[in-house]
Design a protein around this ligand. Structure first.
Ligand code: ARG
Ligand code: ZN
Length: 878
């Protein structure tokens, strides 16, 4: 059943042009498709024509205008076979039907809030008509959409609009769209409905004027400004940083409220989860604003990295996703405080990708096999994939990396290619041999980089010993060493960076080493006294750094490191050391109450008061590692209650130790003025809320009142939602009041109400399983809407470690039941939720046993292919 990369074969037939005619009706949409086909000269000739299809009803079929008889083809639930087709070019005409209204998997053509929309990546087009639904079949499309005019005034597809008009004698109208750029079927899109539009325009660097439109539900027009501004910024940035210009007359974005993922880069017609478009200061938090900016840019950037140059097969998914995530990260870093963006990206990588890479679902950035490709839209493919592109940029240098990308675009425009093609372009343009780098794409697992520094007084040299340890992962017991860019600094006694000179005289002006062996040493000369090493600056490689370093040195780095990333990392490591010491095996309060904890508190107060540092950065410094960060550090025998107790105690210690500093920060940042999403204002809010969190953590009762007052005085969603989150775990009437107030105010606003569900799901309370279970029957809850499911069930499983991992296993049972119900109609969504079990083997024995029993129950249930793959791999073979 699994598909293998090594089985790739070119398609037997090619499709040159696609002519589609949609007669849109909610319950029975008819599609006429004329496909101009020919045998692929590169494939073995004279094979039957086999088209993909899924749940499509075939009404008629003709070749070169001649209808086929029933014995000349066979159409099934999964495809269409025509044994005898011409040996030269021919036109295949198909008339098919599908039912958008009944489509609850949200793949193919479906309905969201009364509008027709599509999601074709990766294999949804085959739910619309029979097709060679694979990314290496590229065609130009002409699309005619016809629908009832009153209920569907808007008719959109890919490319440029060429014609529209009424269908005489009916209530219907039509529009014709042409996309001149050859594309694979997964980039097809169509939208029809009654939508509001906001418009703007952008003039490209070569002077082409592009009409920009965002389509949203009526009444939401005032929530589109930020998305539009982000789009224009992205278009400009891609021209300046990568020389990439847009290539159509229009760029359309449609926001829909039922969407399995974040957004989709369909050529010229991006379709978005409305959560990633709609923002107004009172409805969206700073984090929402940042996410919108990033995802609008991400989908736009796909136009070159994904659309103009696409993937040969789905094993190459990282070719477009890793590169495009890297590009959107760089965009956001350029627009906002760069180091803070790096901190957020690394935090995200470590919290989502590292567990995946160390668990039963570990897979290479470019997987070698899969059962269901929908299960491979993972943190590994996306986020680790982006880290690989970042390492390439680091090793080649920005200029050569840019040259390499230029060559990639020039060489492969209009093609469907592989990771090897990408690396070849970078290697050819830079002259650097990248053959060993392929291991990063093919080997799963997070490498451990074990480092130690030896100082020799006699010769005044410091030697850095590095070894890379490559853990076994499912199906990959042995691994080859990989090239690892390791950026470092050595701090002298006053905290300044020492000049780095290698034994052979090479000066490392940028502190960049390249580790290529399993074991390697680097000796630096002219080091007068024992230095403090600052390793893996900027997080220059996605590895787990382990080193022999004591708390005093970590504290020194926390105060002095010139690399902002590592300075933050030092603060995190310091806290993590105390927290893991407290939560290992049996809870022991000493480390989080004693000397070390007060030293950490003082150091935090010092950095928090350093005015040269950006607000957002100081805010990050004040945030303790999360409960899941601590679990990851512990790595085994995880007791989520002990972790929470340790963290709450450290929060209390710090909140009391530097109470006056925190209160000072809180007061000083009180006036943030009228809401603006810019980095500085958002940074102030973030730092102020970080202080508030520690103040409330101190346990003084008036501090809870401070949080309640913060909520009552909030004039934007950021202040409202974070104070609500801080209040949420407390048993206090002020918490209940705030929660009720929020509900009353936002009960009719789907996106904001999602936050109300999420806050409760994330709130660590002894009865949180029951609370979340109760909310399943709330009148506003629905299993059919992915955003609501993620808000309640997803937030609980991934954002409430003590609740989900409750000792009695109730959290696991709850998730399994929900996933089983959802699996019946939306397998993609169910499989995603089940990913929350990925770390079950690292739990303490009692919880591990509960999780195992739940997983075994799931394995015995009737599951979709999607969920089956996740459950069976998660259980693994014993
Ligand atoms: N390509 C989209 C992106 O920008 C993701 C679409 C994934 N959809 C899916 N059903 N797996 O990342
Ligand atoms: Zn993407």
């Amino acid at each position: 059943q699994p598909k293998h990369l090594s089985d790739y074969a070119a398609p037997d037939y090619l499709i040159e042009t696609v002519d589609l005619d949609f007669h849109l009706e909610p319950e029975r949409t008819i599609v006429h498709a004329d496909l101009a086909m020919r045998p692929n000269p590169e494939a073995k000739a004279a094979r039957p024509l086999v088209l993909d299809g899924e749940g499509v009803e075939l009404i008629s079929i003709a070749v070169d205008g001649k209808p086929l008889q029933p014995d000349e083809y066979s159409a099934t639930e999964t495809g269409l076979t025509v044994p005898d087709v011409p040996t030269g070019p021919f036109t295949l005409s198909l008339k098919t039907a599908c039912n958008p209204e009944a489509n609850e998997a949200l793949l193919g053509l479906y309905r969201s809030n009364g509008a027709f929309c599509t999601q074709c990546e990766p294999e949804g087009f085959r739910r619309i008509t029979f097709f060679l639904d694979r990314p290496d079949v590229l065609a130009t499309y002409r699309v005619r959409l016809e629908a009832d005019k009153k209920t569907n005034p808007v008719l959109l597809s890919n490319g440029n609009p060429v014609e529209r008009g009424d269908v005489e004698g009916t209530d219907r109208h039509y529009a014709v769209w042409e996309d001149p750029h050859p594309k694979p079927s997964y980039l097809f899109a169509a939208v029809a409905g009654d939508l509001a539009k906001i418009s703007d325009s952008f003039t490209t660097q070569s002077g082409r004027e592009v009409a920009l439109n965002i389509y949203v539900e009526h009444g939401k027009e005032d929530r589109c400004d930020w998305a539009m501004e982000s789009l224009k910024n992205a278009m400009k940035w891609d021209e300046e940083r990568f020389g990439r210009e847009y290539d159509l007359d229009v760029f359309n974005i449609v926001a829909v409220s039922d969407f399995n993922m974040g957004a989709m880069e369909n050529k010229g017609l991006n379709i978005f989860n409305d959560k990633l478009v709609l923002a107004r200061p009172d409805t969206a938090s700073d984090a929402d604003y940042a996410a919108i900016e990033g995802v609008i840019a991400h989908e736009y950037f796909h136009n070159w990295t994904g659309n103009r140059i696409t993937c040969r097969d789905w094993f190459q998914l990282c070719l477009k996703e890793g590169l495009t995530v890297f590009r959107d990260q760089e965009f956001s870093a350029d627009l906002r405080a760069g180091p803070v963006k790096r901190i957020l990206d690394v935090r995200n990588l470590k919290s989502r990708q590292f567990p995946e890479d160390s668990g039963p679902l570990a897979h290479p950035v470019r997987p070698g096999s899969y059962i269901e490709i929908n299960n491979f839209y993972t943190a590994t493919v996306y986020e680790k994939g982006a880290e690989l592109c970042r390492m390439l940029q680091t090793m080649l240098g920005r200029d050569d990396f840019r040259k390499g990308l230029d060559l990639y675009f020039e060489r492969h425009d209009g093609q469907a290619v592989t990771v090897e093609d990408f690396l070849a372009a970078l290697a050819d343009a830079s002259g650097k041999d990248l053959s060993e780098f392929m291991h990063w794409y093919n080997q799963a697992g997070t490498p451990e980089l074990a480092c130690s520094l030896d100082y020799d007084q006699q010769s005044k040299t410091a030697t850095l010993n590095v070894s890379q340890i490559l853990p076994a992962t499912p199906g990959q017991p042995n691994k080859e060493p990989m090239p690892i860019p390791l950026r470092i600094g050595l701090l002298g006694p006053n905290g300044d960076d020492l000049p780095l000179t290698l034994e052979d005289g090479t000066e490392l002006s940028d502190g960049l080493l390249e580790v290529t062996e399993r074991e390697q040493s680097f000796t630096f000369t002219g080091i007068p006294t024992p230095p403090t090493p600052s390793l893996l600056r900027e997080f220059s490689a996605p590895v787990r750094l382990t080193q022999t370093i004591d708390l005093e040195q970590i504290e020194f780095l926390m105060m002095h490191d010139s690399d902002p990333f590592n300075r933050w990392q030092a603060a995190q490591s310091y806290a993590a050391k105390l927290l893991t010491d407290a939560a290992r095996d049996r809870y022991n309060p000493e480390p989080v109450k004693g000397q070390g904890a007060s030293r950490l508190a003082k150091a935090l107060a010092v950095t928090a008061n350093e005015e040269e540092l950006a607000y957002a950065y100081r805010g990050e410094m004040l945030k303790l590692p999360s409960e899941s960060d601590i679990a990851r550090e512990l790595a085994r025998n995880i007791d989520t209650d002990a972790i929470r107790e340790a963290r709450e105690t450290l929060r209390e210690t710090i909140g009391n130790a530097i109470h006056a500093d925190l209160a000072g920060i809180y007061e000083e940042l009180a006036d943030t003025g009228p809401y603006s999403p810019d980095g500085i204002s958002a940074g102030k809010r973030s730092m102020r809320i970080a202080a508030l969190d520690l103040l409330v953590g101190s346990g003084k009762d008036d501090e809870l009142e401070r949080a309640a007052a913060h909520y009552r005085g909030a004039t934007n969603m950021t202040d409202a939602i974070y104070s609500l989150l801080i209040l949420a775990p407390h048993d206090d009437p002020r918490r209940d009041e705030a929660m009720a107030d929020f509900y009353e105010r936002w009960k009719d606003d789907a996106l904001v109400l999602d936050k109300w569900f999420a806050v409760q799901a994330r709130s660590a309370r002894p009865d949180s399983v029951e609370i979340v279970e109760g909310l399943l029957s709330h009148p506003k809850f629905s299993l059919k809407n992915p955003n609501r499911v993620r808000a309640l069930i997803g937030s609980f499983a991934n954002g409430n470690p003590t609740g989900f991992n409750r000792k009695d296993g109730a959290g696991y049972e709850f998730l399994a039941e929900c996933a089983l119900r959802i699996d019946k109609f939306n397998p993609h969504m169910a499989a995603r939720l089940l990913g929350a079990f990925e770390s079950w083997r690292f739990l303490e024995p009692n919880r591990e046993a509960h999780a195992k029993a739940t997983l075994e129950g799931l394995a015995n249930a009737e599951l979709s292919t999607d969920s089956y793959e996740i459950v069976s791999k998660t259980l693994g073979d014993e």
